[in-house]
Design a protein around this ligand. Structure first.
Ligand SMILES: *[C@@H]1O[C@H](CO)[C@@H](O)[C@H](O)[C@H]1NC(C)=O
Ligand SMILES: *[C@@H]1O[C@H](CO)[C@@H](O)[C@H](O)[C@H]1NC(C)=O
Length: 432
C-alpha cells in the first residue's frame, strides 16, 4: 500500500514539475523570444540595399538544356538581346561567403565594386592568415550571407551625420542561429520552427571605417602577399564564433576590411601599366580582379559529374560574370573582349582548387566532385599541367566602368593562354 501511494506521490510531483516548467516556458520564455523577434529591424537608415530583390535571380533557369550547347555570336534573340551576353553578375564582398546577385555593377580597380573587400583570417602564431572555404572546418562560411547597403540621398532618413553615411554604407552579415545544447536550446529550436524566432542572426559593419574610427591596421597574409587591412574583430558577436565552431583557446579569428591604399598590385599574367596605363590590383580576390564563366562550359562539367551531384549549381564556382551563348570552352582562347562598352583583357584561365566541392546552399563538402571530373579532362593549360581550368581571370582595360546583365559579349582577340604561377621570392618560370 505504502509503496503504491509513494509512486503516486512521485508521479504527481513529476507531473506538477512538468506543468510548472511548461508554464514557465509559456509565460516566460516565449514572450521573451517574441520580444527578441520584435527587436527593431535591421534595415540601415538612409540607405538602399544593393542587388536583385530577395528571391530573384537571373540563374533560375540555369539547369535548362538550352545552355548545353553554344549558339552563334553576332545574332539577336526574339527578346532583342544579343545571343552572346552577360547572363548574371555577382559580387562577393566577404571572401568565401554568400554572394550578392546584381543587375548592374560598377567596376573599380579591384574588380566589381565591393568584391572580396572583406575576409576572415586566423591568427595561428605566425600572424593573420586568410581563411576560405578551402580550409578544413571553414565550409560553414558558405551559409554566411552578406547584404550591402549604400547611402541613398533620396531616402527621407538620409543624413550626413548618421554613422551609416559616415561609413559610406554598411555591410550586414547574417548566419544561422545555433541553439545551445541545454533545455533552453529545445525551446529555441521550437521557437525557430514556428517562426517566433528568426533562424538567422546578423550584425553590421562599416563599409569603410569612418574618419574618427580606430580599427587597428595590420598585415593579413593571402597567398604570398601581406596587404594591410582594418581589423574589425571587435565587431564580431560571440554567436558568430559559436556558429563557426571556433575554439579561441587554439587561435583567434577576426574579420578584415581591405585597406583602400594597400591593395595588392598584380603582375604575372595581367596586362601591365605600359599596356593599359595602370597596374591592375585586387583586395582579397585570389589572383585577378574579375572572374568570368561560360554557362555552357559549366553545363559540360555538370553533365559529367551528374551521378555524384545531380544539380551542380554554377554558383559553386563563384564567378563574377556568367556569360551565355558561346559553346563550351570557347573562352579558353579568348585574349581580349568587349562586354557592353568595356574593353576587357583575359589575363589567364582560372585554375581550380577543391573549393567548388562545397555546396553553397548547404555548406556540405563533397569528398570528390566536381574536382575529380575537372581534373579528368580540364588540365588544359601548359603553364599548370597538374590543375584543372574553368573560366577566365579578367582585367578591365579601364580603371572604372560598369557592367549589366544583358550586355553583349564580343571577342576581339583570341590566342594561347599560359598560366604563370604565383612565384616565391627569387623563383623563376621557365620559358616565359
Ligand atoms: C534578371 O533578373 C531580374 C530580376 O528578376 C529581371 O528583372 C531581369 O529582367 C532579368 N534580366 C534578364 C536579362 O533576364
Ligand atoms: C561557352 O562555352 C562553350 C563550350 O565550351 C563554348 O563553345 C562557347 O564559345 C563559350 N562561350 C563563351 C562566351 O565563353
Amino acid at each position: 500500500m505504502s509503496s503504491t501511494s509513494g509512486t503516486f506521490e512521485i508521479s504527481s510531483l513529476g507531473a506538477f514539475f512538468i506543468f510548472g516548467l511548461l508554464w514557465i516556458v509559456a509565460i516566460g520564455v516565449f514572450p521573451l523570444l517574441a520580444l527578441m523577434h520584435a527587436s527593431p529591424d535591421q534595415k540601415p537608415k538612409g540607405c538602399r540595399r544593393l542587388g536583385l530583390a530577395p528571391g530573384q535571380s537571373n540563374l533560375t533557369d540555369e539547369y535548362d538544356s538550352k545552355y548545353n550547347d553554344g549558339v552563334p555570336g553576332d545574332q539577336k534573340e526574339e527578346n532583342g538581346l544579343p545571343s552572346w551576353r552577360v547572363k548574371a553578375l555577382f559580387t562577393y564582398p566577404l571572401k568565401s561567403c554568400g554572394g550578392i546577385e546584381l543587375q548592374t555593377s560598377d567596376v573599380v580597380g579591384t574588380g566589381l565594386k565591393f568584391d572580396r573587400q572583406f575576409a576572415f583570417a586566423e591568427e595561428t602564431g605566425d600572424g593573420w592568415n586568410c581563411r576560405t572555404l578551402r580550409n578544413a572546418g571553414f565550409q560553414r562560411m558558405a551559409l554566411i550571407h552578406t547584404e550591402i547597403w549604400v547611402p541613398d540621398p533620396s531616402s527621407p532618413e538620409y543624413d550626413d551625420r548618421r554613422p551609416e553615411m559616415q561609413s559610406d554604407g554598411v555591410m550586414i552579415i547574417s548566419y544561422p542561429r545555433v541553439a545551445p545544447s541545454c533545455p533552453l536550446g529545445i525551446v529555441i529550436k521550437i521557437a525557430m520552427a514556428i517562426r517566433l524566432l528568426e533562424s538567422r542572426r546578423s550584425f553590421q559593419v562599416p563599409l569603410v571605417p569612418a574618419k574618427n574610427s580606430k580599427y587597428p591596421v595590420v598585415p593579413v597574409r593571402i597567398w604570398k602577399d601581406k596587404p594591410l587591412a582594418y581589423d574589425y574583430g571587435s565587431l564580431i558577436p560571440p554567436s558568430l564564433h559559436a556558429y563557426l565552431g571556433f575554439d579561441h583557446s587554439k587561435s583567434t579569428l577576426s574579420l578584415f576590411r581591405a585597406h583602400p591604399s594597400h591593395n595588392r598590385e598584380i603582375f604575372r599574367n595581367a596586362p601591365g601599366k605600359e599596356q593599359i596605363g595602370f597596374q591592375p590590383n585586387t583586395a582579397f580576390a585570389d589572383a585577378y580582379p574579375i572572374h568570368l564563366l561560360n554557362i555552357t562550359s559549366h553545363r559540360d562539367v555538370a553533365g559529367r559529374c551528374a551521378e555524384a551531384i545531380p544539380r551542380l549549381s554554377i554558383r559553386r564556382f563563384r564567378a563574377n560574370i556568367i556569360v551565355q551563348g558561346p559553346e563550351a570552352f570557347a573562352e579558353d582562347q579568348w585574349k581580349r573582349m568587349m562586354i557592353g562598352e568595356t574593353e576587357i583583357y583575359a589575363a589567364c584561365r582560372t585554375v581550380r582548387c577543391r573549393l567548388p566541392n562545397v555546396d553553397p546552399d548547404t555548406g556540405d563538402r563533397h569528398k570528390a566532385e566536381p574536382d575529380r571530373t575537372l581534373k579528368s579532362y580540364r588540365r588544359v593549360d601548359l603553364g599548370d599541367p597538374t590543375n584543372a581550368c574553368l573560366g577566365l581571370q579578367l582585367v578591365p582595360a579601364v580603371e572604372e566602368c560598369s557592367l549589366a546583365v544583358g550586355d553583349e559579349v564580343r571577342v576581339l582577340e583570341t590566342g594561347e593562354h599560359r598560366y604563370i604561377k604565383m612565384l616565391a621570392p627569387g623563383e623563376k618560370v621557365e620559358g616565359v
